[in-house]
Design a protein around this ligand. Structure first.
Ligand code: FMN
Length: 184
């Protein structure tokens, strides 16, 4: 079964990670949740940590840098950080691997694996933009948590599904979460 690694960091938008995980049913999902992400999810959602953990096949502590997914010998197809904080973005762009999430990022870069980050911040500083450019030049797909409006969203769910559908598409996961432009 195809293996995907998902990192949740302490940027706003835990709900995006939850919706993404809910749509990975046919994959072996390896999940890492940062300490800050736990705090943010309790502030902005009613999801329990147990529910979020139940959406993954394997769950790791972000301080477990010896976990099996920390090695380049662990073959995963895609790494997605959703949402990705500016702090984690900066660490990865600087080559710092002091947590399991940033270590897997370093592995994804050196092994040239598919790597998608979903930053959530507004406005963006020059440092953040430079960090994104640096990662984009290293083939990371930088897909910010920005919805479109041409599908005429009327609920928050519509906005969440629009963003998550694009990340699922980029990850190669079939989905019909959101209508496509000019779909019959
Ligand atoms: C409620 C809340 C919302 C936050 N939202 C964001 C955000 O949208 N983007 C961001 O980059 N950081 C945000 N932060 C700050 C990060 O959580 C903080 O920088 C943290 O150190 C990131 O750690 P991590 O990358 O290891 O998860 C938020 C913090 C809190 C408490």
């Amino acid at each position: 079964m195809e293996k995907i690694v998902v990192g949740i960091t302490g940027a706003s938008g835990t709900v995006l990670a939850v919706r993404f995980l809910e749509n990975l049913k046919d994959l072996e999902v390896h999940l890492i949740i940062s300490e800050s992400a736990r705090k943010v999810m309790s502030v902005e959602t009613d999801y329990s940590l147990d529910y979020i953990r139940s959406l993954a096949t394997y769950v790791y502590n972000d301080n477990d840098i010896a976990a099996r997914i920390s090695s380049g010998s662990f073959l995963f197809s895609t790494f997605v950080i959703i949402p990705c904080s500016s702090s984690t973005l900066a660490k990865i762009a600087s080559g710092i691997s002091d947590t399991l999430i940033t270590r897997v990022a370093t592995v994804a870069l050196k092994e040239r694996r598919k790597f998608i980050i979903v930053p959530r911040e507004m406005p963006l500083s020059t440092i953040m933009l430079e960090n994104m450019l640096k990662l984009s030049r290293d083939n990371v797909i930088v897909s910010p948590a920005i919805p479109g409006y041409y599908h005429k969203p009327s609920t928050m769910d519509d906005l969440i599904n629009f963003i998550v559908a694009r990340i699922l598409d980029l990850s190669g996961v079939k989905n019909s979460l959101s209508s496509r432009w000019r779909d019959a």
